[in-house]
Design a protein around this ligand. Sequence first.
Ligand code: CMP
Length: 136
Amino acid sequence: MSERTLVLVKPDGVRRGLVGDVIARIERKGLKIVALELRTLSAETAEQHYEEHRAKPFFGSLVEFITGGPLVALVVEGPRAVEAFRGLAGATDPVSAAPGTIRGDHALEIQENIVHGSDSTDSAEREIKLFFPDLF
Ligand code: CMP
């Protein structure tokens, strides 16, 4: 059964010219891109997107980072797309992310970790609604 996930190439990834690399990996894996947009998030949208992290000590810094420049938001579709993209992204902490993954190949900082991928099908639905309300 096909499912959808929300992928963000975060402002660090856009700034460093890694959009093409991320898209190439998604396509090479066989996942399908069904929506794509370059945009700069408002603080309000960023806070909604990262709602579950509101109480964390890094929340303010995360919102500042994610609104600090344009990002690329994508909706990606395929069999178990949530898990498939998280495999491509690698562990949240790029230092321990496996080489061959996006974070393992390109990053060292936990906040500036290039990409976001929804962590469950429920999160994916909520996040896709926030970024692409017209897709439903
Ligand atoms: P993401 O997968 O988008 O989910 C939450 C984000 O918060 C994460 O990627 C990182 O960008 C950031 N993050 C997670 N843990 C930390 C941390 N300990 N310090 C700073 N930022 C973090």
